[in-house]
Design a protein around this ligand. Structure first.
Ligand SMILES: [Zn+2]
Ligand SMILES: [Zn+2]
Length: 237
């Protein structure tokens, strides 16, 4: 099958025995981005500028700091800090220059409700990752539409975390005809409900194993049911 979109990573993830193939893809991509931002390869000037402007969120700074490229991370943190200080100054000036309520000579006070999120919540790595995940959602639905063996793979899989299950539900209408959408939604719902029921039993047995009466009974699939239940509920982070 020849097409412009990259179906191989999606196929690979769907063949993995896991609670959510889209979480697998997210994790692989996140790790790749962490390596690419800290890997020491020369960064394109426009990417460097974007790093200086957006910086990284706490999670992604932390993941990058965990590697052995702390100097590289420190250099990025330094330039990002300097640029952020300048932007904070600009934002303060803009707030001060807004006409004050009560006329020209009213005392200027800091305004509550000023939106600083562009400064405090930006992360180039989150932006990149979100774009990749949108592409993978698209590719998943595309494959489902084009390839019956992919439909079978999805049907026999373990479903998705709730976040990616609902993302698929929301993304599907744009790519599918009414008839396809009905089939996709019913297959997706079936695999998801079946696997939620499975994991509900697994976590229940995990809790019952704490009862001394059950101590000698076999664990079955429940030994790691707690982290897998959390993954099902909230995704892999
Ligand atoms: Zn997921
Ligand atoms: Zn981030």
């Amino acid at each position: 099958m020849k097409q412009h979109i990259d179906t191989i990573p999606v196929w690979d993830a769907f063949k993995t025995d896991c609670e959510c193939p889209l979480c697998e893809l997210r994790e692989i991509n996140e790790n790749n981005y962490v390596v690419s931002f800290t890997g020491g390869s020369v960064m394109e000037p426009d990417v460097r500028q974007e790093v200086n402007l957006k910086g990284f969120c706490a999670r992604h700074f932390k993941l990058m700091m965990a590697g052995d490229k702390r100097l590289g991370v420190a250099l990025m943190a330094h330039t990002y800090l300097k640029q952020t200080m300048a932007r904070l100054g600009e934002t303060r000036m803009a707030v001060q220059n807004m006409p004050a309520k009560g006329g020209l000579f009213a005392r200027k006070k800091p305004q509550s409700g000023t939106d600083y999120s562009a400064i405090t919540d930006s992360c180039i790595l989150c932006d990149r990752l979100n774009n990749s995940m949108e592409r993978y959602l698209y590719t998943t639905i595309y494959l489902w539409k084009k390839d019956p063996s992919f439909q079978a793979q999805m049907k026999n899989g373990k479903g998705f975390c709730l976040k990616h299950y609902t993302s698929l539900l929301n993304a599907a209408p744009e790519q599918l005809s009414d008839q396809e959408l009905e089939r996709f939604t019913s297959q997706l719902n079936e695999v998801e409900m079946t696997n939620l029921a499975r994991i509900e039993k697994e976590i229940e047995w995990f809790t019952l194993k704490f009862d001394h009466k059950n101590a000698d009974k076999p664990w079955g699939n429940s030994k790691d049911a707690l982290p897998r239940t959390v993954l099902k509920l909230r995704g892999k982070e």
